[in-house]
Design a protein around this ligand. Structure first.
Ligand code: NDP
Ligand code: 5RP
Length: 471
């Protein structure tokens, strides 16, 4: 049934996992919301399960009905898969919208698409927002972290809704406007890149304990549970504790042992790495995590490799749990350092004038990478980062001095044991590079000049010099 006479404050298209929960969150916060889903039966099922919130939800049968249900200026959230589906939904809505109306893409879009859509819709007078939402199903329902990009003045029209539905950190909404066009989606993309790195590092600890010390999943899970009470306290450490202690109801074995070890990826980690390289950055921990997911997919090759290159004399992994905890702490700080550096580079390249402390703060609650460390990271950024890098911030540099000793021991022993730790190794290599006043790029410059006459700067002054290679 259409709702031409009832006007909802906001609309939402896409009642999948995230959209359905976001709609319920919006309704629960007192904002009547019109909802539409391409497959009508999904809307019917959604309404049937909405319970007490049903009166605040206006189901629409068509995009036109949805638009007609909204008060003006209209604001419509799109929560569908990234890419073509977003463009398809925009096309179904556009003919029914007027100048001043707003479309808010709340999915995980590539920020280049967001910039393109924002520019195209601006021509028609429609304000387009790219809004990153993090927190999974639970977050969408009860308070996600929200990263917004788009026209700041237009954002004021929906700010009350966005802040109301967001997670709160000590009463402060985890919902921030980061800049125009793709800024919000870029912050969400880097959030996911850090998420990839953090997940990979946690998985590496699991692998060292499982394969290097023959420990069972529930025992490792209990260790993560205990770490969640210390400096590593974070959502990902918390859920890893739970995941590893879960039992498969069908076999009675640890659930994780019944899961094929090939990781999926929808693109945000890869986008982070690609964009970083384009911007002259290299967040090696994130790159390593993306690579590790890709390698994990090569299951048949790994099975053959295990037989072909079987270790016969690999020593055991002997390091203590405390050493591993410190190593994870060090690697995690380094991953954030790389993420923040990337955000700073993008902000400069795209004129977003982004406040990095705002990024740390918006991630303090609701999102997948929330952790107790983020509040301190925000404080460190506000104090000013030497060279723009978190690892040089006094409160983190002191911690890294001891924690990287543990990281070094873990990487070294993992290598001798033959156990892969790509993200840990990447973190350590980056750290060691950043504490080397004289690096080895002098020889690279010499090689470039030798084969391509590219020139080099001399240590005693001047640029554009050439070496005596032909002599
Ligand atoms: N799941 C998560 O933890 C998180 C997901 N995200 C992002 O949120 C977005 C939605 O994810 P999620 O809710 O998990 O996805 P789901 O697969 O649960 O739902 C997808 C929704 O998109 C709709 N849809 C797909 N293609 C089209 C199309 N061409 N035209 C119209 N509607 C379409 C589907 O409609 P239909 O029922 O008709 O198929 C459905 O409502 C994605 O961008 C995702 O990356 C962001 C944060 C966390
Ligand atoms: O955005 C998210 C969490 O923040 C989504 O869960 C996303 O799907 C995670 O990425 P991937 O599917 O590539 O692991």
């Amino acid at each position: 049934m259409a709702h031409e006479t009832v006007h909802a404050r906001i609309g939402l298209v896409g009642l999948g996992v995230m959209g359905a929960n976001l709609a319920l969150n919006i309704a629960e916060n007192g904002f009547p919301i019109a909802v539409y889903n391409r497959t009508g039966s999904v809307t019917d099922d959604f309404m049937a399960s909405a319970g007490d919130l049903a009166p605040a939800l206006l189901p629409a049968k068509t995009p036109q009905d949805l638009v007609a249900s909204l008060q003006s200026p209209r604001a419509i959230i799109i929560m569908v898969q990234a890419g073509g589906p977003v463009d398809a939904v925009i096309e179904t809505l556009r003919p029914h919208l007027e100048e001043g109306d707003m479309i808010i893409d709340a999915g995980n879009a590539n920020f280049h698409d967001t910039r393109r859509r924002e520019a195209a819709l601006r021509e028609t007078g429609i304000r387009f927002f790219g809004m990153g939402v993090s927190g999974g199903e639970e977050g969408a329902r009860h308070g996600p972290s929200i990263m917004v990009g788009g026209d700041p003045a237009a954002f004021e029209a929906i700010r009350d809704i966005i802040e109301a539905i967001s997670a709160k950190f000590k009463g402060t909404p985890c919902a921030t406007h980061f800049g125009p066009d793709g800024a919000g989606h870029f912050v969400k993309t880097v959030h996911n890149g850090i998420e990839y790195a953090d997940m990979q590092m946690i998985a590496e600890v699991y692998g060292l304990l499982r394969d290097g010390q023959d420990r069972d999943a529930p025992g490792i899970g209990a260790l993560f549970e205990s770490w969640d009470k210390g400096p590593l306290s974070s959502y990902l450490v918390e859920i890893t504790g739970k995941v590893l202690q879960a039992t498969d109801p069908e076999t009675g074995r640890p659930m994780v042992e019944m899961i094929v070890d090939s990781a999926g990826q929808k693109g945000t980690g890869r986008w982070t790495a690609i964009e970083a390289i384009t911007l002259g950055q290299s967040p090696s921990t994130i790159e390593a995590a993306v690579a590790a997911r890709a390698w994990s997919a090569a299951k048949p090759a790994r099975i053959d490799g295990a037989a072909l290159f079987a270790s016969t004399d690999a020593p055991a992994f002997t390091l203590s749990d405390d050493t591993l905890e410190q190593a994870l702490l060090a690697a995690k700080i380094i991953a954030y350092d790389q993420g923040f550096s990337l955000l700073a580079a993008a902000s400069e390249a795209f004129d977003w004038d982004m406040d990095l402390a705002d990024c740390a703060e918006v991630w303090r609650a609701g999102c997948i990478i929330r952790s107790t460390m983020l509040d301190e990271m925000a404080a460190a950024i506000r104090e000013g980062l030497p060279h723009g890098q978190l690892i040089f911030a006094p409160r983190f540099a002191a911690r890294l001095e001891t924690a990287t000793t543990a990281l070094r021991r873990v990487v070294a022993e993992a290598a001798l044991t033959g156990l892969p730790v790509p993200a840990f190794s990447a973190a350590l290599a980056y750290f060691d590079t950043m504490r080397q006043a004289r690096g080895t790029a002098d020889v690279i410059q010499a090689q470039r000049d030798f084969f391509g006459a590219h020139g080099f700067a001399r240590t005693d002054g001047g640029v554009g010099h050439h070496g005596p290679w032909g002599a």
